[in-house]
Unconditional design. Structure first.
Length: 202
């Protein structure tokens, strides 16, 4: 079924709204402080840097680079792990929040209009999918499917890249904002509890 909480720990900030996993460590974006944190899997802060935008939210990790979307400017920034900005992509026509990236497609949650938008890495929109709930926020990919956290329904949804809903389970708390996938489990940040959870997907 999925959704069993395997561990939890304190988030690095009060608005931790993006999570990614680089194969060893978690990366978390905090909208309040404007920082991007590197964490070990027990929640210890290893490093941090200031995001280029004023409101960093969704995070994805591809080929040792940090990709982060800024919810106000609607820009996606690519950073090195030391925080050097390598690239920025301007997106338009939607409200940005969560981000997933597989090296080819940027998948962005649009909370205001309950949509998931897919973009090329040069900023061209190619597809819009309906959100599986009402207020999609966190988004992650396991390679074959997308996982969406919705803080209106308090559910985590698994959907195809065509928008078909595969499964759902109840989130560990009520205000899910960030999702990351570590190859086996989902990591979820919740700004109501200010905790990060590792949960099963099966």
């Amino acid at each position: 079924m999925g959704g069993e909480v395997l561990k939890s720990f304190q988030a690095p900030g009060t608005q931790t709204s993006g999570l990614g996993f680089d194969g060893e460590h978690l990366w978390a974006a905090d909208m309040d402080s404007g920082l991007i944190y590197e964490l070990d899997i027990n929640g210890n802060i290893l490093s941090s840097f200031t995001a280029a935008g004023s409101s960093p939210s969704g995070i994805a990790i591809v080929e040792n680079c940090i990709w982060c979307i800024d919810t106000i400017s609607r820009r996606v920034y690519q950073y090195s792990k030391s925080g050097q900005m390598l690239k920025k992509i301007q997106l338009s026509g939607f409200t940005a929040f969560g981000l997933s990236f597989n090296g080819r497609l940027l998948c962005v949650s649009d909370t205001a209009s309950n949509k998931i938008t897919l973009w090329t890495d040069d900023g061209n929109k190619i597809l819009t999918l309906p959100g599986p709930g009402a207020l999609p926020a966190g988004i992650a990919s396991d390679g074959a499917y997308l996982w969406i956290g919705d803080y209106s329904t308090d559910k985590i949804y698994q959907i195809t890249f065509d928008g078909e809903k595969i499964k759902e389970f109840t989130a560990p708390a009520g205000i899910t904002k960030g999702l990351g996938f570590d190859g086996k489990h989902l990591w979820i940040s919740d700004i109501g509890t200010d905790l990060i959870y590792q949960v099963s997907i099966n």
